[in-house]
Design a protein around this ligand. Structure first.
Ligand code: SF4
Length: 289
């Protein structure tokens, strides 16, 4: 699909999603600190923003500061990630990031990076293991560094793929989205795609008949076509014999009427007209006689 058509498709998707869901993204929201945006990104990946926000609130309530989380056991950290997918892995990633940060800076701030050009800030951040996740990287760019990025996790990627927007690499997919969606609408678009992916476009059973995007979604259109074809072949399949044709209701309709004109054919036009042209085998045969 050409870039232009992907842009148009994404614009249409955005418009339709706004009819269905209400984004809670606040365009004037203040930025998160770099550290908090890393932890938020780890918590948010593959789950909803509500669950990620709840996890952050629990960290706030249960721990004195980031250092306490750094020295806590994985079980203690994991308790505050209840309800999130892969809580053990998330707890490991969060603690590893805090330990790396502390061992390099003897503190818990990276906010000096917000004053650097984005490229330079990312060069530093990518040396941390947490930034091996494109989702975390994009979250930090969007939430803390003031850049344009739309984090895409597995659920959002699945929904976009069904909509006909896919790339083999995540950064390439993000680049397509970030070209099509303006920076000041990025957070809103992310909210809406996340709602779609978690609400209607579920992994096992997307609820296409009730989805606002069903008329432009290739997956829904193909499913509908397939269902229609199956239903059609299911009706005509058994009616192959004359006996069946008479018995089958559909054959009593238009198809069943077809044999009747065939009986009337011999005495009508073709019999008289063919000898005039003398071009058909039948005509030649008659002339020869
Ligand atoms: S129409 Fe179906 S497959 Fe397409 S986005 Fe909606 S729920 Fe997902």
């Amino acid at each position: 699909m050409a870039t232009q058509s992907k842009t148009q498709l994404l614009t249409n998707v955005f418009t339709l999603l706004k009819r269905r869901y209400k984004s809670k993204a606040d365009r004037n929201a203040s930025r998160l600190s770099v550290l908090k945006s890393v932890v938020y990104g780890i918590c948010h990946e593959d789950t909803t923003r509500e669950q990620a926000n709840q996890a952050l609130s629990r960290f706030n309530d249960e721990f004195f500061d980031w250092n306490e989380i750094r020295v806590s056991s994985l079980d203690e950290i994991q308790e505050n990630l209840a309800g999130l997918p892969d809580p053990e892995l998330k707890a490991q990633r969060i603690r590893r990031f805090l330990r790396q940060l502390f061992s390099r800076t003897y503190g818990f701030t990276l906010d000096a990076l917000t004053k650097k050009p984005l490229k330079d800030a990312l060069k530093v951040l990518r040396t941390y293991d947490a930034f091996s996740s494109d989702y975390v990287t994009a979250t930090v760019i969007q939430q803390a560094l003031g850049g344009h990025a739309i984090p895409i996790d597995q659920a959002s990627r699945r929904a976009l793929k069904r909509l006909g927007i896919s790339e083999s690499e995540l950064p390439a997919l993000r680049a397509v989205l970030e070209r099509a969606i303006p920076k000041n609408r990025g957070a809103e678009f992310l909210d809406l795609i996340e709602d779609l992916a978690n609400d209607t476009c579920a992994e096992d059973q997307p609820d296409c008949p009730h989805c606002e995007l069903r008329k432009i979604c290739p997956f829904a259109l193909a499913s509908k076509h397939e269902t229609h074809s199956t239903a059609t072949s299911g009706r005509s399949g058994p009616a192959r014999t004359t006996k069946d044709a008479i018995k089958t209701p559909t054959r009593k309709g238009a198809d069943a009427r077809a044999p009747k004109p065939a009986k009337k054919r011999p005495p009508t036009k073709p019999a008289k007209e063919m000898p005039r042209s003398a071009k058909s085998p039948r005509g030649k045969h008659r002339d020869a006689k």
